[in-house]
Write a protein that binds this ligand. Structure first.
Ligand SMILES: [Zn+2]
Length: 493
């Protein structure tokens, strides 16, 4: 059962440093101003819990994507001076459409050092190589038990301790199936397509499937939207997800050992799927990508925009590749078919102010908003900046005693969704704040949020896509509405 709640999209990818710049609220006569400064240092993929940083993920913290990208982040808010046109090389963050179907490296999970990982099912023969030169290939009957140890790896057939093999060295293991079984693996409770790579990490190993993009996409579509939704919505989702994956592949290819998580931290991936509509949608759109000015659009999407889209710049992250018309609310068509259709279009959440203060004071220092650590109480939260669509962009937290801190609305959403005891993780899904698009008000000791939508609101609105298709819109029209100015290019056949 899929549940279109979170994706790549919902991930508050680390807004690169300068975008975090939160200035002290001004104009509070006689008040003590907190200077909420930007976090020091860029986050890395492992910065957030499980690397998950999405609404659907566990992370209260941002962190999946190394602000790192090092794309020469630009300020993402109206408080900053205009940015000079960046040099051409800094615009290359968005890749050209690939001429052939690329492979995607999907992290499906990880295993701690010393704990055996069961790979494959009875009947399969596995060819395991350690990537050394000359490459040595070992054939093992599945299921195989593979354990990361300090010196390298230990491989044994299940129950076959006497046949243990040691592979020394820091290199990764590459596991393929032999014969007619096909390139799929049962590991970590799922069935995954592709070739399995086990990559040593500090505490164990990452399990990464290398899989063809089209094969990967079917497993994304099957999990990202409701299987019962229309073929047109599936096709729109396929093109968006393909574009996103191509951008992630280009972004991470030389920076880390995987391109995407098999979860909402990137895009949900069910692995191997037999879902006919998902397979059909991927086949019908094979090779089709969203392109803007010749390069691929990182086509973020989220569950429900609530009627007003967000800008990628400053919401997902402050990066040059995000500062483009298809990912901006400026000049974009207004309204969305999710209104009146999505169960997330309108909601209300009530939070106790005392709990809000506790959470913010614990969350702030972890996330680089050190001054929030001194907020013993919270008096109010206000919207101080909206984007061209009318969606919250910046918010100010006011404490008693005159302390105030202004920060991006999406960051406030995550702060309010953090676990008050351990703000590195999020509260249970039902208790999180669904989006940053809300009107806050204080009633007694309660902070009431009247909100709209679910997810970050950038790019395609999934409920809006299905809602539009029910009004007769085709995938191309849905995408034209979602990513204004982008065109669809057939990248490879
Ligand atoms: Zn919408």
């Amino acid at each position: 059962m899929s549940f279109p709640t979170a994706h790549s999209s919902e991930s508050p990818r680390p807004v690169a440093r300068r975008a975090f710049l939160a200035v002290a609220a001004l104009g509070l006569a006689g008040s003590v101003l907190a200077s909420c400064k930007s976090p020091q240092g860029a986050r890395t993929a492992s910065g957030g819990p499980l690397g998950a940083t999405n609404a659907g993920g566990s992370g209260a913290a941002a962190g999946s994507g190394a602000a790192a990208g090092g794309s020469g982040a630009v300020p993402g808010d109206g408080n900053q001076p205009p940015v000079a046109k960046p040099p051409a090389e800094m615009r290359l963050e968005r890749p050209a459409p690939p001429k052939n179907e690329p492979a995607v490296r999907v992290k499906v999970g990880s295993v701690v050092q010393g704990k055996a990982l069961e790979v494959g099912v009875a009947g399969q023969v596995l060819a395991i190589s350690s990537g050394g030169l000359p490459e040595e290939v070992r054939r093992v009957n599945a299921p195989a038990m593979i354990t990361a140890v300090p010196e390298g790896w230990v491989i044994a057939p299940r129950g076959g301790a006497s046949k243990r093999m040691r592979v020394d060295g820091p290199g990764e293991l590459v596991v393929k199936t032999v014969g007619s079984a096909g390139e799929e693996f049962r590991v970590l409770g799922g069935v995954w397509s592709g070739v399995l790579h086990l990559v040593k990490t500090k505490g164990g190993a990452d399990v990464v499937a290398h899989v063809g993009l089209e094969t990967y996409l079917a497993g994304v579509i099957a999990k990202e939207i409701y299987n019962t939704w229309s073929l047109e919505a599936h096709m729109a989702q396929a093109i968006a997800a393909r574009s996103y994956a191509v951008c992630e592949e280009a972004r991470w290819s030389h920076r880390r050992h995987f391109d995407v998580h098999a979860s909402e931290a990137s895009q949900a991936w069910v692995g191997k799927t037999d879902h006919a509509k998902s397979l059909d949608a991927v086949a019908r759109t094979r090779g089709q990508l969203l392109v803007f000015e010749g390069t691929v659009v990182p086509a973020y999407f989220s569950s429900c925009c609530g009627g007003a889209r967000a800008d990628a710049e400053g919401t997902i992250a402050s990066e040059l590749r995000h500062d483009i018309a298809p990912l901006s609310a400026v000049g974009a068509p207004r309204g969305c078919a999710c209104v009146g259709f999505s169960p997330h279009a309108n909601w209300t959440v009530k939070l106790q102010l005392a709990g809000v203060a506790q959470t913010l004071s614990a969350w702030g220092p972890l996330e680089g908003f050190r001054e929030l650590g001194s907020f013993a109480s919270v008096r109010a939260i206000e919207v101080v900046g909206r984007n061209a669509a009318g969606r919250n962009q910046r918010m100010r937290v006011d404490a008693h005693g005159g302390l105030a801190c202004e920060l991006p609305a999406e960051r406030v959403r995550w702060a309010l969704s953090a676990d008050p005891v351990n703000p590195r993780i999020s509260k249970p899904l039902k208790e999180r704040v669904k989006s940053a698009y809300f009107d806050p008000r204080v009633v007694g000791s309660t902070l009431v949020l009247d909100g709209h939508g679910f997810g970050h609101g950038v790019g395609m609105c999934q409920f809006g896509a299905e809602g539009a298709s029910r009004k007769g819109k085709h995938a191309r029209e849905i995408l034209a509405h979602s990513y204004p100015g982008a065109s669809i290019a057939v990248s490879y056949a």
